[in-house]
Design a protein around this ligand. Structure first.
Ligand SMILES: [Zn+2]
Length: 475
């Protein structure tokens, strides 16, 4: 690694992405391609989410990538919000199309025109569907792998309900699921709450969000869950025949999480040696590196390596034996540290003779010898410890980066000197929120679900303080 996390954070980040073999820049500006190692991390995150989506009654389905312009226009506010970012298809071969086709920036409109249009009676509700796909939004600002790209992998969940209450419950249920996966699997602590009027999803009644602080002091939105009320079901005429024999407009939600959470994992857990992956999302949890110095020791060492690999794999641990002969053990250590593999098992003649395995932790860079008999148990315990320890150190960082400000001067000083969340009170008006953004570059990231104490008058206009929010400069 050429760059240091504490010195050139931005360059360090891109170096980790490329050198750890996660992703690279694709020919079209703002797009990236994923290498297998990067994609496998995404697949693990996806499987953790999928399991919970299914347990809560959701099923996966498919929608096409092209959306007719007329459909996208049906919900005016939604259309206006996305227009600057939409890629348009204007030709089919050499012939101009009669109507422009949008390349999916998000699928609400298509979902209501298809799934929504098929609903007849209350007996078919709720509709609980999820789509794993990619979405395209032209990025004019500078792009950053995983964090800001013109095409990104994500999942978008869409649901239709008979009542407002059911839709509201769904919004919170999905935010809870996101929180569990992000905190327990990605080991990243978040602050949960509502988005402000200015920051909410275009077309939503309200948006709930999970936000995390990155090591450079910027805040990253990790996942959002939206209550769409009847804002889409009315223009798309999603109605159902109720048990009362009358027609009713349905209620709906949508929720999404994208691969930017991989960017958060890199930023939050990485160090000067490269990536540090939480075991729950590590494609390889244990890498075995054989250490043999004499040719005659080779066979014995490799035999033990294979035996260890088999035992760990049988125990359901993701293990890889690096038996390449063209690289030295030292070279391999560096490579797997760069790739963030949580545990390295070193096996040489000493380990063979002593009936043990040397385990090196990627997070703490410590080593411990464990006996062959206790191998599986020790690996499981260490993986748990690594998972917990990564979360705890990120949690300490988060708590150290929530700072109260009672005046605009204090607000700006915290942002400049420390970053992270600035907890401050304002009058709740869009005007003050916009003015604060203009002046400081910070936006309302989260308004906590349980209102927090009023700290002062509005930090901007000095009027009555009504809302205490977490502000921050966002990615
Ligand atoms: Zn104000």
């Amino acid at each position: 690694m050429k760059h240091r996390k504490s010195e050139n954070f931005s360059e360090w980040y891109v170096e980790v992405v490329e050198e750890a073999g996660l992703a690279g820049y694709a020919p079209v500006k703002g797009t990236i391609y994923l290498l297998p190692y990067g994609y496998e991390i995404w697949e693990l995150i996806r499987s953790h989410l999928d399991k919970r989506f299914r347990e809560s009654g959701h099923r996966n389905a498919f929608l096409p990538v092209l959306i007719p312009e007329s459909l996208l226009r049906k919900e005016a506010e939604h259309f206006k919000g996305f227009t600057p970012e939409v890629f348009w298809v204007t030709h089919s071969g050499d012939d101009p199309l009669g109507e422009r086709l949008a390349v999916r920036p998000t699928s609400e409109t298509l979902f209501y025109a298809t799934f929504g249009g098929a609903i007849k009676s209350w007996r078919e509700l709720p509709v609980l569907v999820n789509f794993w796909n990619s979405a395209l939004r032209a990025e004019i600002k500078s792009t950053k792998p995983f964090i800001r790209t013109s095409e990104f992998l994500w999942q978008e969940g869409h649901t239709i309900h008979a009542t407002r209450e059911e839709a509201e419950e769904e919004v919170m249920r999905m935010l809870r699921i996101y929180r569990e996966v992000i905190e327990e699997k990605l080991a990243i602590p978040v602050v949960a709450g509502y988005k402000s009027e200015l920051e909410k999803f275009v077309g939503a009644v309200y948006t709930t969000t999970l936000e995390a602080v990155m090591p450079d002091g910027k805040v990253l939105q990790m996942a959002t869950s939206h209550n769409l009320g009847q804002n889409f079901t009315i223009p798309f005429e999603v109605r159902y025949l109720g048990p009362d024999g009358k027609m009713h407009y349905a209620w709906s939600t949508s929720w999404g999480l994208s691969w930017r959470v991989i960017g958060a994992v890199i930023m939050v857990h990485g160090d000067d040696r490269g990536l540090r992956l939480p075991p729950e999302i590590a494609p390889i949890q244990v890498v075995i590196v054989p250490i043999h110095y004499k040719e005659e020791e080779r066979a014995l060492v490799l035999e033990k390596c294979r035996e260890v690999a088999r035992r760990l794999a049988d125990a359901g641990i993701r293990v890889h034996l690096d038996d390449r002969t063209e690289y030295t053990p030292g070279w391999k250590f560096n490579e797997w540290e760069l790739k963030g593999v949580p545990l390295r098992a070193e096996i040489g003649p000493k380990e063979v003779e002593g009936g043990r395995v040397t385990l090196a932790r990627r997070d703490a860079l410590t080593r411990v010898a464990v006996s062959d008999a206790e191998l599986v148990e020790s690996v499981r315990r260490l993986l748990d410890e690594i998972q917990r320890s990564l979360y705890e150190s990120a949690k300490r960082f988060l708590l150290e980066h929530i700072t109260d400000a009672r005046s605009l001067e204090e607000f700006s000083r915290v942002l400049e000197e420390k970053g992270g969340f600035v907890r401050a009170t304002y009058c709740g008006s869009k005007e003050c929120e916009a003015a604060i953004k203009e002046l400081t570059g910070a936006t309302v990231r989260v308004i906590p679900f349980d209102p927090e104490p009023i700290l002062s008058n509005c930090v901007y206009c000095g009027g009555e303080g009504k809302v205490t929010a977490y502000f921050g400069r966002a990615y």
